[in-house]
Design a protein around this ligand. Structure first.
Ligand SMILES: *Cc1c(COP(=O)(O)O)cnc(C)c1O
Length: 438
């Protein structure tokens, strides 16, 4: 039995001083029961909690840790930058280098603006799209998550999906009225909305591979269809690659699907674990941002030198040939193993991956939208999660989250994980937990 006494007492103390004891909701383990682990350190593919238990990590700080944790070259780059100054609030050469590195991998980002979180990136891209088109409404997809800006909280994924919050109180009616939502992967529904609002929609914002309601792949033609509809009706396509950018491929999901958004948002991997995000795209649109244009957006810590150094070193390592192929193969091996185990144990499992991102549902059929994700057996996932944790495997504590493999994971780590999954599924069978309802 894994000992968790220090995590428990730290959680008790944290709850006295912070709502739910956490700085972000899903961390509280509410969806899977039990209490969160308090983490002490991380290296490569592993994390250690404060009770000194070691886990193979598939959360990777929710995506950024693509090279594994605290890789020496990355930590060195941050220390070196720190010696020269923690923050200037003035331009640095490293920002240009990072922007260049991003544009090299994703040429549709002709110009890039740095911010500190994915939330800021998406919120700012929406403001820019509204200004550029002189329109108010935006269209988003159910179960997609674009951060917690007011206009993007309607029917959102991630923590809102985990806790069953359709749209947060505190968002004004006026704001909610301008956000239209349709099911993911339903191009027909998008077409209908455009027909009803032909000159009102400023932008469609989409996760090009949905990762905040589990792992949900776009059906063939979906993204290309969105692009065509946006063009036809004079709306902008904002591709939110905060999770998928530099994660599923060097050029993001847009390179996998051969689609280019007018604007793209990035975060997570591009900061390598430091608070850094960006939005970018067509130069004629980006040049509307102040100081060149009239659309205001700013940030005291934007382009912070430590975050920039960390992101730059991370992208530099990721640009080496073969990185994504190897990462993709390893992730594929994990997913194939899970599918195979589902068959062996007669527990319906669907699983899928792209690059270093994967997901698994306890479901009979492939999941293509949020309703499908909600129909999966999330109760069974909670049992599976706890059993895996007991065996030293750290998964995201919600059925509505994707998983991440890093370049630091080895074949042996994957084999150990599959071994733990086999034992967990066998226990679930023996205890008849697979018969339990959600
Ligand atoms: C994580 C995420 C965000 C929000 O980024 P934060 O840095 O958490 O604010 C936005 N969009 C997508 C697709 C994400 O996965």
């Amino acid at each position: 039995m894994v000992q968790k006494s220090r995590s428990h007492s730290l959680f008790v103390a944290a709850k006295k001083h912070m709502p739910g004891g956490v700085s972000s909701p899903v961390r509280a383990f509410g969806a899977v029961g039990g209490e969160p682990l308090f983490l002490a350190k991380a290296k490569g593919a592993y994390i250690w909690d404060v009770d000194d238990n070691r886990y193979i990590d598939y959360v990777g700080s929710w995506g950024p840790a693509i090279l594994g944790h605290t890789r020496d070259e990355v930590v060195e780059a941050i220390i070196e930058a720190a010696r020269d100054g923690l923050s200037f609030g003035a331009p640095t050469e490293a920002e240009t280098k990072l922007a260049q590195e991003i544009s090299k991998a994703m040429p549709q980002l002709e110009k890039v603006r740095f911010v500190s979180s994915g939330t800021e990136a998406c919120m700012s891209a929406i403001r820019l799209a509204r200004a550029f088109t002189s329109r108010d409404k935006i269209l988003k997809f159910e179960g997609n998550y674009h951060g917690h800006a007011d206009s993007l909280l309607a029917k959102a994924g991630s923590g809102l999906a985990t806790f069953g919050i359709p749209t947060s109180p505190g968002v004004t009616k006026a704001c909610a009225k301008d956000t239209l939502t349709v099911p993911y992967n339903k191009l027909e529904a998008v077409k209908e909305i455009f027909e009803k609002n032909p000159e009102e929609i400023a932008a469609v914002i989409v996760e090009p591979l949905a990762g905040n309601c589990g792992f949900v792949r776009p059906v063939p033609g979906f993204l290309k269809g969105l692009k065509a509809l946006c063009k036809q009706y004079g709306a902008l396509l904002i591709v939110d690659e905060v999770m998928t950018g530099f994660r599923v491929a060097h050029g993001g999901m847009q390179s996998v699907e051969s689609v280019e958004g007018d604007l793209t948002t990035l975060g997570k991997v591009i900061g390598g674990g430091m608070p850094l995000a960006a939005y970018g795209g067509r130069q004629d649109i980006m040049d509307r941002i102040a100081p060149l244009g009239d659309v205001y957006q700013a940030g005291t810590l934007s382009g912070n030198p430590l975050a920039t150094a960390c992101g730059l070193k991370t992208l530099e390592i990721l640009s080496k040939p073969g990185v994504y192929k190897q990462l993709g193969n390893l992730t594929h091996k994990l997913v194939n193993g899970l599918i195979e185990l589902g068959k062996q144990c007669s527990i319906p499992i669907v699983a899928d991956s792209e690059g270093g991102m994967f997901g698994m549902f306890f479901a009979d059929e492939p999941v293509t939208d949020f309703a499908g994700a909600q129909a999966s057996n999330t109760g069974l996932f909670a049992h599976y999660f706890q059993k895996m944790l007991q065996k030293g495997i750290y998964l995201a504590p919600s059925a509505y989250e994707a998983g991440f493999v890093s370049t630091a994971h080895t074949d042996k780590d994957i084999e150990q994980t599959l071994h733990a999954a086999k034992e967990s599924l066998e226990e679930i069978k023996q205890e008849n937990l697979h018969l339990s309802n959600k």
